[in-house]
Design a protein around this ligand. Structure first.
Ligand code: ATP
Ligand code: MG
Length: 213
């Protein structure tokens, strides 16, 4: 498949990194908004292997998070999923993600790192933050409860702010819902709801007595 950007030699690729524990419609609408408004040829979702910010925090197995990401993104013609972070040993850092994707897509590709406002607010604490900003343009979307715009960034940082319909959905809330027997229907795609149930993810004894279904 070719596009106008292919013929021009510059491919525009969005990078949607996350723990995706589980993936939900906030992630998907953020990526779809970026794809449309930044004219991206592809958005590659990159589930973290071992997210350094969540070390020791009891993250679900990487293969479960990978499968949920594939299930949730399969219907969109420009969404793909990469295993680069899952297959790299050690903790996951965005600088390594961007290096690996640069190697894979080549020098002619322009990378756009898609984040919510909460993530941009923390980005100055990331490893090799100067290289991260040099490697990609940040595309940052609004997230309820996070203003984020007053964050101070290195002078060479390129940040485009996009507005998406505010979606007050988080993976933390999805996990807590399942753990306490409340539904996650329509917060995340049906295939993810069914996968979470079939694998027993996030479930506690209390959930078994709940009205999950
Ligand atoms: P957790 O509660 O476990 O931290 P999360 O919902 O924040 O999960 P992450 O996997 O941490 O999801 O986030 C991946 C990326 O998606 C981050 O850049 C985050 O800012 C963005 N994001 C997540 N949820 C939303 C949302 N509802 N609206 C906009 N951006 C979001
Ligand atoms: Mg988060």
């Amino acid at each position: 498949m070719t596009s106008a950007d292919d013929t021009a030699g510059v491919r525009r690729v969005g990078v949607m990194g996350g723990t995706f524990d589980p993936i939900h419609h906030g992630h998907l609408v953020a990526a779809a908004t970026a794809a449309a408004e930044c004219a991206l040829d592809e958005v590659v979702f990159v589930p973290a292997g071992r997210p350094w910010q969540k070390a020791g925090g009891g993250v679900s197995p990487a293969e479960d998070r990978y499968v949920m990401t594939v299930l949730a993104t399969a219907a969109h013609p420009r969404f793909t999923v990469s295993r680069v972070d899952i297959d790299r040993p050690g903790e996951t850092y965005a600088v390594d993600t961007l290096r690996d994707l640069r190697d894979r897509y080549g020098p002619e590709t322009e990378l756009f790192f898609i984040t919510g406002a909460d993530t941009l607010a923390n980005v100055t604490t990331w490893r090799a933050v100067d290289e991260v900003f040099a490697a990609a343009t940040f595309v940052t979307v609004n997230r309820p409860g996070h203003s984020g715009r007053d964050v101070s960034l290195p002078p060479h940082a390129r940040v485009e702010w996009l507005e998406m319909p505010a979606m007050d959905i988080s993976s933390t809330d999805c996990r807590q819902r399942v753990a306490s027997g409340r539904p996650i229907w329509f917060l995340t795609p049906e295939a993810v709801v069914r996968y979470v149930d079939s694998r027993g993810l996030y479930r506690t004894a209390r959930a078994l007595q709940g009205r999950y279904w």
